[in-house]
Design a protein around this ligand. Sequence first.
Ligand SMILES: Nc1ncnc2c1ncn2[C@@H]1O[C@H](COP(=O)(O)OP(=O)(O)OP(=O)(O)O)[C@@H](O)[C@H]1O
Ligand SMILES: [Mg+2]
Length: 239
Amino acid sequence: MTVLDVQAIRKAFGAVRAVDGVSLRVEPGEIVGLLGPNGAGKSTTLHMVLGLISPDSGTVRLFGRDPARHRTEVLSRINFAAGYLGLPGSLRVWEVLRAFAYSYGVARPAARVDQVIELLDLGRLRDQRFRELSSGQQTRVQLAKALINEPELLVLDEPTASLDPDVGDRMRELLLAQARESGRAMLITSHNMREVERMCHRIHFIAGGRIVAEGNAEQLAGEYGVTDLEEVFLKVARQ
Ligand SMILES: Nc1ncnc2c1ncn2[C@@H]1O[C@H](COP(=O)(O)OP(=O)(O)OP(=O)(O)O)[C@@H](O)[C@H]1O
Ligand SMILES: [Mg+2]
């Protein structure tokens, strides 16, 4: 069953056509990348997928359902991580995660919190207040929060932006394993082209609110007559 099916969504903010007819699909276990220059409409697209804002037109279907009509069910099966998301700063790491475990109605919340703490290597930080963590440490808590309900679709807006190369690499391997072993699908944005080459099964390039190219990294490089995704990006961005 298709996890996410987006058809021709549009969103304007005043005169700005932030998203101008984007269609995309994500299948189980698939990692789909949304790439494009600053202001291209990536985050706006993700926010429409999550139901944080509603499209002016077009449709979003999650697990074959209309998320507006099956909001509770759909939200319990997805999750989201982004650097710009605030989490309650005065709570300790375990308390943040426990709160989300409760709000998602996770079975055996204490055990699941221990699991994600282990998975994200947050053991040493579990009693620290969220606001006292470095930004890379906060990012790891965001990812732990995003996995708390074992989502079938993980929406990640620049999830590794603040991570050092070592932790970034470990997070990529972790997410790849989550897709491979648990069939978790992901829709991800990133400005790190090597990361996208490593992680994404399929890529959509978006510019000016429209999808301008689509395929895997190799196909896109071939189509643009270049050797890697970084060069594809430069061509797309400078078109
Ligand atoms: N709430 C809003 N109100 C007004 N304009 C907005 C709003 N959100 C986004 N925009 C505009 O919509 C366009 C797309 O923004 P969006 O955040 O989707 O870009 P992006 O592709 O995520 O860029 P970046 O790579 O910088 O994160 C931009 O021109 C932005 O200024
Ligand atoms: Mg963005």
